[in-house]
Design a protein around this ligand. Sequence first.
Ligand code: ZN
Ligand code: ZN
Length: 285
Amino acid sequence: MRIGAHVSTAGGLDKAIDRAKELGAEAIQCFCSSPQGWAFKPVPPGQAKSFSEKARAADVQPVFLHGIYLVNLGAESQENLTKGIDSLVNYTTAASAMGAQGVIFHPGSHKGVGYEGVFRQTVASLKEVLARSPRDVWLIIENSAGMGSHIGSKFEEIGRILRALEDPRLKVCLDTQHLFAAGHPVADRPGLEKTMQEFDRAVGLASLVAVHANDSKVPFASGVDRHENIGQGAIGLAGFEVILAHPAFRHVPFLLEVPGFDNKGPDRANVDILKAVRAKVGVGA
Ligand SMILES: [Zn+2]
Ligand SMILES: [Zn+2]
């Protein structure tokens, strides 16, 4: 089980690898454009190549890109839907050039029309993204906390999308905070066991390729997406011991998206805490 973090690419893509080393991160996730804007500049081939060589030399693997926040495949306007599809294609193309395993993205929101109201559009959009994407990278759906009208907090909502497309490149990332906030009782052993059985039935454990490891600033089942440093939230250290010990996560990379003890994002302290949990529960690196 690799333990890593979301890192910034400010100053150049390959700076992300330097930051990973400073943090002790064994795997990373990053953006390759501003997550708050549509603007995208293709990654120059030379930069992509040096990034992938540097990541390999530093043994920072796997690498994931996270899609920008504006992508919403449930978008009402055709313009925003097209921009979202293009953005995901830009990202999978960049991921392939950078030697990244895939692009993690949020399945979006329905703005009041419900899951059924956006299901077909979501599936059709993903079909287009997959058709226009390189064959060697994954498109990874992240579960949501169920905030507002976000889809993807229920496993069946994700499972139905996967089954509608039946593409081996379509995978799943589970965020521990989103799970907990969405009412999946992951912080105690019987609850986690039940949760992962339900996930296996609705989605399939083989589709799980990444975990966003975040404690929760908000109580169980509150439906709110608020990350906390590991051990300082409602999941707690004991909860992470339960999670890291579960066999479903044994070979899945854990990526921190925590606020950090200095509020500057994932830091070495959080990486070290999670590594200590991994050592305590007797799971290998
Ligand atoms: Zn996340
Ligand atoms: Zn979140």
